[in-house]
Every structure is written in C-alpha cells, then in structure tokens.
Design a protein around this ligand. Sequence first.
Ligand code: 26Q
Length: 826
Amino acid sequence: MNNFDLYNKYASAEAMTLADEMRLFLTVLSGKEVPTDRGEDVSSRPEPTIDDQCAGAISAREYWQGLSAAVMARMMPRWLATKAQMGERRRQHYMSAEFLVGRALLNNLVNLDMYEEAEAAARSLGIDLKQVLEAEVDPALGNGGLGRLAACFMDSAATLNLNAGGYGILYHYGLFKQKIVNGFQEEHPDEWLDMAYPFLIEHRECAVEVSFTDMTVRAVPHDLPITGYRTNNINTLRLWNAESIEPFNIGLFNAQKFNEASAHAMHVADICRVLYPNDSTPDGRALRLRQQYFFTSASLQDILRDFRRKHGTNWDLLPDYHCIQLNDTHPVIAIPELMRLLIDKHGCSWDYAWTITRRMFAYTNHTTLSEALERWDMLTLDYLLPRVAVICRNIDAQFRQEMAAANIGHNRLNRIAPIVNGYINMAWLACYTAYSINGVAAMHTEILKCDTLHDFYTLWPEKFSNKTNGVTPRRWLRMCNPGLSAMITRLLGSDAWVTNLDLLQQLLPFVDDPAVQDEFLAIKEKKKADLADWLHKTHNVDIPVHGIYDIQIKRLHEYKRQLLYILYVLDLYFRIKEDGLRLSTPQVCIFGAKAASGYYRAKSIIKLINEVSRLIAADPLVSEQVKVVFIPNYNVSVAEKLFPAADVSEQISTTGKEASGTGNMKFMMNGALTLGTPDGANVEIAEAAGAENVYTFGPQIDEMPGLMASYNPSAAMKATPGLERTMNALRNGLLNDGGTGRFADLYRNLVEGQNWERPDIYYVLGDFAAYRAAHDRIAADFENRREWARRCLINIAMSGRFSSDRTVQDYADEIWHLEPHAVTLD
Ligand code: 26Q
C-alpha cells in the first residue's frame, strides 16, 4: 500500500479526531507504542537519546511525521475535488529547476485553519507542537530567489483559486548542507529524504520514459499538494524522480562484476542527486543538460497525455488548454522537445507543430549577468539528444530565413540567432519562440528592453512586459511573525489583509500613535530575543538583545557585495579601536549565505566574514559594541526566524545587477528599514515607502556606465578616509586566511586587478564612503525609538504591492489568461 492508498483509506473512514489520526499514523510509521497525555508540562520535553529511541521512545521528527501524515489524510478530499473540478479547465504550468518550498507542516496547518486543533492533538500525545514543527527538515529543492519565487507563486496561485501547477525535479540531496569549519565553507549532502516525507505521493502509474543517446530513463512523478489560504483548492507540484528501467544487470552481477552490474543504475540516479552540479567541467555541464531535458520532457509528455485523453488529437486546441511559464532559461529545452513530441510522436507537420509551440510558452528572465545566460555547446547536444539538436538547427534556420526576409543585417543576425558559433543560446531561443517575455522588476525590465534583449524588443515589443516579483504574506508575515500579525489584525479589525495585502494601508492612521509604536517595538524585541535564544541553543553564539539587527541574507555572489558589508564592519573595528568612536547601541551584523561549490572568491568572502567575526570577538572594547555572526546553512526555515527580528535590511548590490530581489520585500513586511542601492525592486520599495523611510545610497543606474569607464579603485581607496587602513588588514597578517592567500587575492582583485581583469568590477570601493555614511545615519536615527518605529510601520503599511498575490494575479490576467474557480466540496 503506498501513501496515497493509506491517506485515502483514512480520509474516507469515519470522522476521527486529529489526535487519533496522528496516533494511528505515528504507530504505523514508527512501529512504536504512542504514549498519551500524562498531564505533564510538555513545553520542555527533552529529545530522547538514540538509545531511548531504540527502546521505543518517539523522536520529535517521528511526531512530525505522524502529524504530517494525519494532515495529509485531511487534505485528500479537497485535493481530489480540485483535480476533478479543474480537469476540464485551462491550466497553467510553472516549469522550474527549483522550488524552494520550505517547511510544509505549519504552512498547511495555517492554510487549513487547523493550528489550534494540532496544538491540542500534540499535547494529548505528550508533546509540544512547537517542538514538532521545529523537527521538520526543509526540502532542499532550490538555492535562491528564483526557487523561492516559484514556491511563493505556487502558494498565491492556490490561494487565488487558479488552476496552476508546477513541474520540477525531485533532488535527493538538493544543493548541499553548509557547515563552517575553521571559518571555511564545507559542503555536505543534504539528506532531507532520509525519513519518509509524508507530503509526497508517488504516482508510479503515471511514469513516462525519457531517452538520451546512452540511456532511457523512467521518470516517476511525486506530487506535493499546494494548499491555499482558507480555500478548498489544492494544487499540485509534480516532481520527477529518475529511475533506471533495470535496477541492475543481473548477468553482470552473476558474473561477479558487481560494480559494473549497478553502474548504469547509478548513472541514471545521478540525474536527480543534486541541484546544480558543479558545471566547471564538461561532464558537469552535460549532467545539468540531462536534468533539464529529463524534467521538461517528462512534464510535456504528462501534459500531452492529459490533453489527448480529454480532447483527442485536435492539437491546435492544446494552447487553449495549457500554457507553460519558463522560469529562466533552465527549462527552455522544452521548446524543441515539444516540437519533437508533436512531430515524431503525434504525426504533426513542422509548420503545424510550430504554430502550436509558439502559443504555448511564456519566458521569465531573472538576470542580466551574461555568465548566467545559459548556452549549450551543440556538440554536447548532438551527442546526448541528436534529434533535439536537429530540431534546434531547424528552428535556427527558420529564424535566419524570417530575419533575412525582414532585411535584418548579418551582424545583428549573428547577435540574436539561436545558434551562433556552435553554441545555442537558450535565452535567444526563448525570446524567438515565446509569446510573452517578462522581467521581474520595473528597472530590470527596462534593462532587458534597452540592453540585454534590445534586439528582440525592437522586433516584438508587444511580447514584453514587467511583472515585479512578490512574496507570499502567508509564510513571510502571517506564519513567521504571529505577534505582528495579531497586532495588524486587531488594528484593522479583521484578518482580510492576509489575502488582500493592500489593506495594510489601513495601518497608516496608526503610525503616529505612540502606543502602537511601542507595541511594534515590543514585538520586534521579542523576535530578537527568540532569535538570540535560538542562536544560543543551536549554534552556541550569544548576541545582545538590545542591538541594531542589521542582516544580509542571500546567495553569496560578488555582485551582491557581502564584501562591502564586511569591509564596512572591519572599518568600524578600526574606528572604534583607533579613532575613539563609540556606538550608543551595539550593532549585530548577521550574515547567511551559501556559495556555489566551485566559486572560489565567494568562498573567500565567507572565510573573511568569519575572520572579522573572530577578530572582533577577541577584542573586549569592540566586541561590546559590535558582533558579527555568520549563520551556517541559511535556508527557508532559518529565514523565517531572521526576517521578523531585523532592524536593517541589507540590499547593497551593484546598481544594475540585481534583477529584483525578494528578501528586500520580506524585510519590509516585517518592519525592517532598507539600506540599499537604487537597484532591482529596491527602487519600487523606496517609491512605496517614501524616500525618507529607506536608506538609499550610491549612483543611479544611468550614471553607472560613465562612472565605471573612468573608475580607479586605488584612487577611490586613497580618497576615502580610513579605507586604506581597512584594506591593508587583508594583506598585513591581521586577519588569518589559513595560509591560503585568499585575502591577498581579495585585495588584489579590488585594488589592482589580475589576470587581465579590471579591478573591482562591482564598484565596492567606489560605493564605500556613501555606504558608510548611510550606516552612520542609521546608527543616529535608531536612537529615536518611536520615530524609528513610525518609519517601520509606514514600510509595513505600504508593502501590499509586494504580495505575490498581486504578481500572480498579473500573470494570470495578462499572460496565462486564467479565470479563478473556487472548488466546492459536497
Ligand atoms: C546557470 C548556468 C549554469 C549553472 C547554473 C545557472 C544558474 C542557476 C541558478 C543561474 C541562475 C540561477 C538562479 C538565479 C536567481 O535566483 N535569480 C534571482 O531571481 C530572483 C527572482 O526573480 C530575483 O529576485 C533575484 O534578483 C535574482 O538574482
């Protein structure tokens, strides 16, 4: 019996209490006897030792498993009703290599209005619900903003009653689990699936086959239910797992060739092992291409099968019933694959297939960094997927013909044709084929139109639109900040804001009220205390509760400039130690970031943050005013503890480089003030909150080209008082990089340039003075607590437009053309 049958059985059984259901699943899944409430205080139950667990004691994670299974059983009738009622309707599919969904249990309890019931059920079995929730391990299915955006969109689509689903990959170890050893990042496999994950249901009967030159793989779907807030609609995120058709070669095995017997199955399993294998080698690149083709081909086969069952072979109706949003270039290989399936499997002509394909796809761009625009060597494609390669060449030839007919010059053609110099550019392929192209913040879309995708914009301006990102207020406010949520609900007289975030503007009449300001400050203080407590318990790190919590959390990248922040802190160290500066309020500088495993300089920056932290901790005078904390293994559940505790939101990318940012929006909703460059969505945040309620520094986007052309970092360093002293600490031995030369490399890269590269291409030293001045203004402004609170409250009140409900509604209206349907239960 698989999970699905199990859940259905209990779903259809007579009404049981949640506690009974939880007990039942707990018994079945753990094979242990479940104790009942003995009237003890459950809030501080110690986690049983492994020995005790072997002897029958139940771990918090087992309780989590039992409760999650019980919640799944409760969801089944709605999930089945959604599938039944949405079956004949137009459907949108979000294809993405990442879905950073985060923990599922609390999210579902809140959405289904089951929190209190679950609290009581847990208590009756002798455990505290909070402990159960903390035992959940994050699914490791994404790495950064693009993956989290996909998860927020799933949440909003379900809440808005839209018939929208997701397709992705079931990574077994996700990205990696980050440990910090001696200040250095270490990567370890993230075994999030080590224990059965109750929210996934395998649908073996829906498996399809995906073929490469050297292997045919069975793609088995695993479905994750996506609940909406207080609605019956439950959408589906379908994640594909790769299996070998033959688990091992029995002939080889019987010939004692044990390794060889399993080698093929291992190669197949590699497809789903990790997110973004190191792509610095050709083998790594080929594996990434395999992943992309694997999940997009399986998903298209799934869509076509569904269509054929309902509408037969009337393929020109396909775009009326299905549309596909491509989350960046990662799933763009779906375009030639749909052509292949329509032509080779379903007998369509090229022209017929092309007309259909062009009406199916919409493309979202998430970056203007040229190194992140994916290009594949046609030789790799020829080897792995020869038929797809032929189709790509045909598309390229067709594009060139169309352009020649439109008198597009040769030079321009060779800039924008899908295949140039033996490489296929997936963004160009998407721009040619998709009926819609969008950027993720107003400024980003302008850069696409004027620069990155300018040629396509002149050809097809009507394809382009902006869809500024958003984040789900359920997870990022209602769930992670119950105290603030309760205050908002009380002041507004209703909790309607949870699904209509623009209502937060009704907070405006209260922002000048000292009682409300004080209440906000008390809620913030409590969240800081919670964070400090958690850091103490889990990482043995102590931070002052009464500090300015100044937080930078995001993937580590040079353009995001964690280096600027840590250099500022190092500079602060010298100002306190040598210049007699005294801070009225301690500054707590918090970092969280994973660096791609092959990204050398990003890893150097992590080491530097940890060394500056150590330097300061060892100095009594400075350490009572400044604390630097690098939180290992930053992920969604850690983020949920950080956003509510923040005073200052660090959004300091080099202007023009951050497409949007979404952490900036989560900080704003939780009442932190943005310290940022006029980049990405920061611009819109400043517009919404008012320039006086954010700290913007640095040049405007149109000033950047001129500044960079004449930029001399060494001169900037010398012209900025104190900066030379700070920079020299990177190379005079004050900071210890373990003899690796990493800090000297950072210095050279900023000041001198190396390997024919210009120095400091991200303008760190150029922005340093303005950034430091902004920090100094913050330190002064923070002292006026009520005025500070007033500005935080204005930020919260004006954060409504950054709800992903607004974003998804815009996609639904302007790109997907979807009408809502509220599922009914009989
Ligand atoms: C590309 C080629 C080879 C290997 C890996 C990649 C790769 C992998 C992941 C390229 C990009 C990504 C992820 C990008 C990402 O997360 N972008 C962020 O998307 C957010 C949502 O739109 C924006 O808010 C951020 O500004 C943007 O950086």
